[in-house]
Design a protein around this ligand. Structure first.
Ligand code: NAD
Length: 257
């Protein structure tokens, strides 16, 4: 595996939802930048493929742990954080990325649709942030950095996102409130707000659905998972040492309109 600039050298990081998409690109970039990693997901096969790739290249073989679990289940969320503290002695970075992305309008959406997305994207983010912050306050020296995955849908209205959009507003709100709550204890909390990103799910959508999405982004294209991972790396790293409570658009100009 090709090495980066060591921007996370010596840091211990947890990435949730790391088996696919933005989480996987982030875990791969973090590994290249020298982080010791706990990668987590409900998808055991995807996680084990990622772990194989990250250890197979010879880099960080002793520094990668995989934890299968559901972020919406308190015991699982706690186990993800404990695995990092147990294996590496501390947690410096949490990337609260795991999420589901249902698309429906308020007429079609059922109460169960609402509960499901709020359980994973809302409660799951709350739980992983909660347990990470508890650990960050306990450790010596205390402190750490959290990056939450919001979205353009967590800052502005969209069509067909009557359940997902409000869940991403939770991500934006949690970021700002936790940033203020813990700023004086050395814990930074930021978010990225990606536009539409070419993950496997989006690449599989029909062209007549994707074309208007592409046009809606002023840069005239969709984003790549690696472009979101780069922004996450900046916010997670010490390069962003005076940045907290920020929600950084990674959206090809979408929110600038
Ligand atoms: P993805 O579906 O490619 O990956 C999400 C990962 O989370 C999967 O590996 C999945 O197994 C895992 N996951 C789902 N539910 C889980 C649970 N309960 N517990 C643990 N893991 C779980 O999605 P993605 O596009 O990479 O999205 C990642 C994050 O980025 C999400 O929070 C999403 O809201 C956000 N986001 C994505 C886009 C986009 O266009 N792809 C845009 C803005 C924001």
């Amino acid at each position: 595996m090709e090495r980066g600039l060591g921007r996370l050298e010596g840091k211990a990081a947890v990435v949730t939802g790391a088996a696919k998409g933005i989480g996987r690109a982030t875990a791969e970039l973090f590994a290249r930048e020298g982080a010791r990693l706990v990668v987590t997901d409900v998808d055991a096969d995807g996680l084990s493929a990622l772990r194989g790739r990250l250890t197979g290249g010879g880099a960080g073989a002793a520094g990668i742990e995989a934890v299968v679990g559901d972020v919406s289940v308190p015991e699982d969320a706690r186990a993800m954080i404990s695995a990092c503290a147990g294996r590496f002695g501390r947690i410096d970075v949490l990337v609260a990325n795991a999420g589901v992305i249902p698309l429906n309008n308020v007429v079609d959406a059922t109460p169960e649709d609402w509960d499901r997305v709020m359980a994973v994207d809302g409660r799951g983010m709350f739980l992983t942030c909660k347990y990470a912050i508890e650990e960050m306050l306990r450790q010596e020296p205390p402190g750490g950095s959290i990056v939450c995955l919001s979205s353009i849908s967590g800052l502005a209205g969209q069509r067909d996102q009557a359940t997902y959009g409000p869940a991403k507003f939770v991500a934006s709100g949690l970021t700002k409130h936790l940033a203020v709550e813990w700023a004086n204890r050395g814990i930074r909390v930021n978010a990225v707000a990606p536009g539409t990103i070419r993950t496997e799910a989006v690449r599989g959508l029909p062209e007549d659905y994707v074309a208007p999405m592409r046009e809606a982004h002023p840069m005239g294209r969709l984003g790549e998972p690696e472009e979101v991972a780069s922004a996450i790396l900046f916010l997670a790293s010490d390069e962003a040492s005076f940045v907290t409570g920020a929600i950084l658009p990674v959206d090809g100009g979408y929110l600038a309109q």
